[in-house]
Design a protein around this ligand. Structure first.
Ligand SMILES: [Fe+2]
Length: 331
């Protein structure tokens, strides 16, 4: 069989030619146009910032218009946006007491992880489940936020699933290397290369990456660094480890300060990295969210039945409307 004259192009990114660094630089040097996102309150360092009004004050069409902007940002815009005061500070404070008790209980066996060494980093894997089992009331209040739902549905549509991990970085905590995330970002370069081009591109549609700030995060504390528009580079998962692409990330990333309760949301294919905590007194803490499409596979397994059993009473209360929680579906 003669395969040399086939008119069908390879389904893979070519192994013998590096993707164009100059195209990457050009793409990631674009500026975010404020007129393109009129519902944003401001654009800071090319990142649209949204000040959220009370959810119940908005009509479905107003919510949908916000969702249109967010979807556009994630798909073909800068790839990241911030929502201010997404969750109320008292709820974050209550949740932090739960996180602290979980971290203390797990500290005896802590060994650090692939993000940082033990001593300057605490992490709660599957904080979603542990939070629910430890304090159903604050868990239900947290994850029933209509804004979490609206933001997730904007990218994924309905029937998504959430997994979460808490990351606490103490003063002196090191920066991460620029990277892309779940799913393909967690694979080796060789494993990634085995996936067809279109599959690599499509995986970014299966996850929304987010973080809720559980502390104030001044720039010196190292809030997440982002390389704007990089999610739109089709070969991103192939190239993000290459030194020349890493160098461009290091020279051109942006980040914005966050306040407790703010949310930051980004496409998992966007080049990003946690920053260095150069403060002497800020413990930077975030709840990292991966929201997974109904058509995807979640990053962690959540055994939902015990969580439902634990939270059932609170859920019934909410269903009966005793606490006045807004239940309008944002899609
Ligand atoms: Fe990451």
């Amino acid at each position: 069989m003669n395969v040399t004259n086939s008119p069908i192009p390879s389904r893979h990114f070519p192994k013998d030619a590096s993707p164009s660094l100059s195209e990457f630089k050009s793409l990631c040097s674009r500026n975010t146009q404020s007129k393109q996102y009129p519902l944003a309150s401001s654009i800071q360092s090319n990142i649209p910032i949204y000040t959220l009004p009370p959810f119940s004050s908005l009509t479905p069409s107003q919510i949908s218009a916000l969702q249109d902007e967010w979807h556009h940002i994630l798909l073909s815009g800068p790839g990241v946006f911030v929502t201010k005061a997404t969750l109320p500070r008292p709820l974050i404070t209550q949740t932090n007491t739960i996180y602290t008790s979980i971290i203390d209980a797990e500290r005896a066996t802590a060994k650090g992880d692939h993000f940082s060494s033990a001593g300057n980093n605490s992490r709660i894997w599957n904080s979603f489940s542990k939070h629910a089992l430890a304090d159903p009331a604050s868990f239900v209040a947290y994850y029933s936020s209509p804004w979490l739902s609206a933001i997730s549905a904007a990218w994924l549509g309905p029937a998504y699933r959430i997994t979460a991990q808490v990351n606490l970085v103490c003063p002196g905590g090191a920066a991460q290397v620029g990277h892309c995330d779940y799913h393909l970002g967690f694979q080796t370069a060789e494993a990634t290369a085995a996936y067809p081009k279109v599959t690599q591109i499509a995986t970014q549609l299966l996850t929304l990456q987010g973080a809720v700030a559980h502390s104030d995060m001044p720039l010196a504390s190292g809030p997440t660094r982002f390389l704007r528009f990089s999610q739109a580079f089709e070969a991103g998962y192939v190239v993000y480890r290459m030194p020349e692409f890493q160098e461009f990330f290091q020279q051109n990333f942006v980040s914005v300060p966050l306040e407790m309760g703010d949310g930051v949301w980004f496409n998992p294919a966007l080049f990003h990295a946690a920053g260095e905590n150069t403060t002497s007194d800020v413990e930077r803490c975030a709840n990292l969210l991966q929201v997974s499409s109904a058509f995807g596979r979640t990053m962690e397994s959540v055994d939902a039945v015990p969580l439902v059993e634990k939270c059932w009473g609170k859920l019934v209360e909410m269903f009966k409307g005793r606490d006045g929680v807004q239940r309008q579906k944002p899609w």
